[in-house]
Design a protein around this ligand. Structure first.
Ligand code: SF4
Length: 846
């Protein structure tokens, strides 16, 4: 659907018109979609041959188009009728539909179950049968021909006047939707909103203007590099609301990787658009309304006793289409400012006996800002919720992506699968218990045996690979065609079964590089090595994109990981701020900072990129309050590589004791934050500390997934411990913001290079064309140093925060690694001896 609100014109296919609804609808495609499509083609061919035999002049796939006017809207419709046949001079249109239900069926049942098929046929009659001057009465007859998928049995149902009414009803629905969009647009034109900050911090005043400038220049893909604490959520939302008000975009998608980020975005947005008083008017007396929907996962919407989305298992799903019109749930999109928190949505769904997720699905098209997870755009299994929405046009949408450095990994994960023999055995047992068809049980038994005997390997060999592929595609076909009692199988087994057709399709069709391997006996892993092509394809669809992160790393690698060719760009991380190890200490921190700002201020850099036709325009946040906030030192006394680290455990422990003791001249706030590459490393140093008898009280981060529990541990440890032992890359190092201003000393015990395993080696091989050093940088050094930058960024989050940081490994001073540090961390003395270290520790913090 493609509409122009000013011209009051919409272009859509006849199929889209017939299926149009803002209420619940059957998901398209699905695991059996491909199989049904194949069968559909087969039966279409059969019926075509029959029609040709009866009428040699019969025409097929006849293009039909025309316009319909309704309440001032012009609907431009187009489509293809399956058959146009003549008999005794009369024309009959036939729309052919393959169905999985048994035929023949009562005509009333067919009309009730498939109203859109009749609406489609009625639309063709209307478009083709307009009275002409020569034959004002000419109007073709039409019929819907149902074909039973399994047998090919056909049942023709002639069109009646009631079908015309269904078609007219669909036109009215589309017009009503367009009225809603027009109302939303008029509301947005008058939108008034507050600035996100009561007081601007230095640097914030220019950020929005820089972003706007960058967004207006082709290709409209912007990287916003802003440190933690800059207030990028507020800046992005100010940009987004301004763009909506100006009409440059009709919708904004704000994607995050974590639910905490979504809550923060929603809260900031609510504050920026909160009415001033009881009049309900916004700041300056303007309209407040921007319609925002936070999309939570389907499982969180669920009100059924078990999360199993089958009509047979869930009364909230079964028959919901019939209950929807009388449910009153349309209030969620018809009434502006209707509460839309998850508790309200769930309660409303419960009361109306309709799955609450359908409320979200129905309401989305009428909302201006959609807040949700990356998956709703980038994961094949989830993106239907957004992409199947009527009127959703990526070209008219501004896409904001928070913490964008996480996107490549998340999308690769969405294209990866792990299958175990234990899971397969559970499915086999359930198939037997539920008396599934024998041929499926036999095929699944073979699959289970294959997995059980799969030995660990870094890459599947030819025969194993071929066997797996054959079995996968055989299973996929059987699962799509054979009757299986999914309700009896239960949600877990049913889910394991249904994933097979998707995996088989990805195995055969995916253009993404993939490793097929076995990390342990009985496990098959299909790991996506690089999702850049999938990400880039999606990003290019959008009219505007802002990718926000504190730690993009080198621009060329960042753009490449996102599928945006940035190889020709000058890399601000690789040029002036990069100082050879021999020059460490020669440049002052402010000189380093100035050098960086000089090159990376948004507008200047934008001009450079524009001149080169670059695919990504960087805007770097200006944060003068961070100048001099970090007191860095490079500790060359130790080597933390896996092979050498044990030799230095004693030095690392002693260093920590000295750092924790501090200068005596100034009381540092909080314990020392110590960042390790792994739990094992942290535990080894705890052992060395205990052996030293120094009496230091370390607190090692627990393996907790609950955010509340993590925060509670941190609060307690900040009060009671001398050193917080944190693992780089974990949520303690990357997501928890309370360290800023409460911890003033930190030590990073080596870069956190990814573990060497079959996947990383395969990625390295895939990039071998770049040369070994460049490939190693991309696969190991950049991710490893990104975790260091991420952790250090959280220590200074506001003006006045300071941090003394020891980079404890000789590698940090090597040019390859140091260049990958953020500019704020690149300057500091090199410590080669214990004396130099002690002198640095005792120096007052500026
Ligand atoms: S359809 Fe909705 S209510 Fe039913 S199981 Fe699925 S999520 Fe739960």
């Amino acid at each position: 659907m493609d509409f122009d609100l000013d011209a009051r014109r919409v272009r859509l296919s006849v199929g889209e018109l017939a299926d149009f609804t803002l209420g619940p609808r059957e998901p398209a495609g699905g695991p059996s979609g491909a199989w049904r499509a194949q069968l559909g083609i087969h039966w279409h061919r059969e019926l075509r041959a029959q029609a040709t035999a009866a009428d040699p002049a019969a025409a097929f796939e006849v293009a039909i188009e025309g316009e319909v006017i309704h309440r001032g809207w012009i609907l431009s419709l187009s489509g293809r009728i399956d058959q146009l046949v003549r008999s005794d001079g009369a024309v009959t249109l036939r729309e052919i539909k393959t169905v999985t239900r048994a035929l023949p069926a009562s005509v009333a049942d067919l009309r009730a179950q498939y109203p859109s098929y009749f609406a489609q046929a009625a639309a063709y009659v209307d478009l083709l049968g307009r009275p002409s001057a020569s034959d004002p009465a000419a109007r073709p007859a039409a019929e819907v021909v149902f074909v039973e998928a399994d047998t090919g049995l056909a049942q023709a149902v002639p069109l009646i006047a009631a079908d015309e009414a269904v078609y007219r009803g669909q036109i009215a629905r589309v017009a009503e939707f367009l009225d809603l969009r027009l109302r939303a647009r008029d509301r947005l034109r008058k939108l008034r909103f507050r600035p996100p900050f009561a007081e601007l911090r230095p640097g914030q005043e220019s950020a929005r203007a820089d972003l706007e400038t960058a967004l207006r220049h082709p290709p409209g893909k912007v990287l916003l590099e802003a440190p933690t604490g800059f207030g990028k959520t507020g800046v992005l939302l100010e940009l987004a609301l301004g763009e909506l008000r100006s009409g440059r975009f009709e919708r904004v998608l704000y994607l995050t990787g974590k639910s905490t980020g979504q809550i923060q975005v929603n809260r900031t947005l609510a504050e920026m658009t909160r009415p001033d008083d009881s009049s309900g008017r916004g700041p300056d007396g303007g309209e407040t309304g921007v319609a925002v929907w936070v999309v939570r996962p389907k499982s969180e919407h669920c009100v059924n006793s078990v999360f199993h989305c089958l009509r047979e298992s869930c009364r909230y799903l079964d028959g919901m289409e019939e209950r929807w019109p009388q449910s009153g749930l349309a209030r969620f999109y018809l009434t502006e400012n209707h509460p839309r928190d998850l508790a309200t949505i769930r309660a409303a769904g419960l009361e109306a006996c309709i799955c609450p997720y359908e409320i979200t699905r129905a309401a989305l098209p009428c909302n201006d800002v959609w807040i949700g997870d990356y998956n709703y755009v980038f994961a094949p299994a989830n993106n239907g919720l957004f992409y199947d929405q009527p009127g959703f046009s990526p070209a008219q949408t501004l896409l904001l992506i928070d913490e964008a450095h996480n996107l490549p990994t998340r999308v690769a994960d969405a294209h990866s699968h792990s299958l175990t023999s234990e899971q397969a055995q559970a499915v086999l047992t359930a198939l037997c218990h539920t008396h599934a068809p024998a041929s499926l049980v036999t095929a699944w038994d073979e699959w289970t045996q294959l997995l059980a005997h799969l030995e660990p390997t870094g890459a599947l060999e030819g025969t194993d690979r071929a066997d797996i592929q054959n079995l996968l595609s055989d299973l996929a076909e059987r699962i799509g065609t054979l009757p299986v009692d999914h309700a009896a199988l239960g949600p877990r087994v049913s889910g394991l079964l249904w994933q097979m057709p998707f995996i088989a399709a990805q195995w055969e069709d995916s253009v993404l590089p993939r490793l097929e391997w076995s990390p342990r006996r009985g496990t098959l892993a299909l790991t996506c090595l690089d999702a850049a092509a999938a990400i880039g394809g999606r990003l290019r669809e959008f009219g505007g994109v802002v990718l926000a992160t504190a730690t993009p790393g080198p621009l060329d690698a960042f753009a490449a990981a996102l599928g945006l060719d940035g190889s020709e760009l000058e890399d601000p991380g690789d040029t002036p701020p990069a100082i050879a190890a021999s020059r460490l200490g020669d440049l002052t921190k402010s000189e380093t900072r100035r050098l960086s700002v000089q090159v990376t201020r948004g507008v200047d850099l934008l001009r450079q990129q524009e001149a080169r036709g670059a695919p990504l325009s960087p805007v770097v946040a200006f944060t003068p309050w961070r100048d001099g906030a970090y007191d860095m030192a490079f500790d060359l006394r130790v080597d933390t590589t896996f092979q050498q680290r044990t030799r230095h455990y004693g030095t690392t422990a002693a260093t920590l004791v000295s750092l924790a003791a501090g200068t005596g001249e100034r009381r540092f706030r909080g314990p020392v934050a110590v960042f390790f590459s792994s739990y094992a490393y942290a535990e080894a140093i705890i052992g060395a500390l205990e052996a030293s008898g120094a009496g230091l009280r370390p607190a090692l981060q627990p393996r907790l997934s609950d955010l509340g529990a993590q925060a509670a541990w941190l609060e307690e440890s900040l009060e009671t411990a001398d050193a917080l032992f944190l693992v780089l890359g974990s949520s303690f190092a990357e997501s928890i913001d309370v360290l800023g201003g409460r911890v003033e000393r930190a030590m990073v015990v080596g870069p956190a290079l990814p573990e060497v395993n079959a996947v990383q080696q395969a990625r390295l091989t895939a990039l071998s064309g770049l040369g070994r050093a460049a490939a190693f940088r991309r696969i190991y050094q950049i991710p490893g140093m990104q975790k260091v930058n991420q952790a250090l960024g959280r220590l200074v989050r506001a003006p006045g925060h300071k941090a003394r940081v020891l980079l404890h490994c000789r590698r940090f001073a090597e040019a390859d690694y140091m260049r990958l540090l953020a500019a704020d961390y690149q300057s500091g003395p090199v410590l080669r001896t214990d004396e130099e270290f002690e002198a640095w520790v005792r120096a007052p913090l500026g």
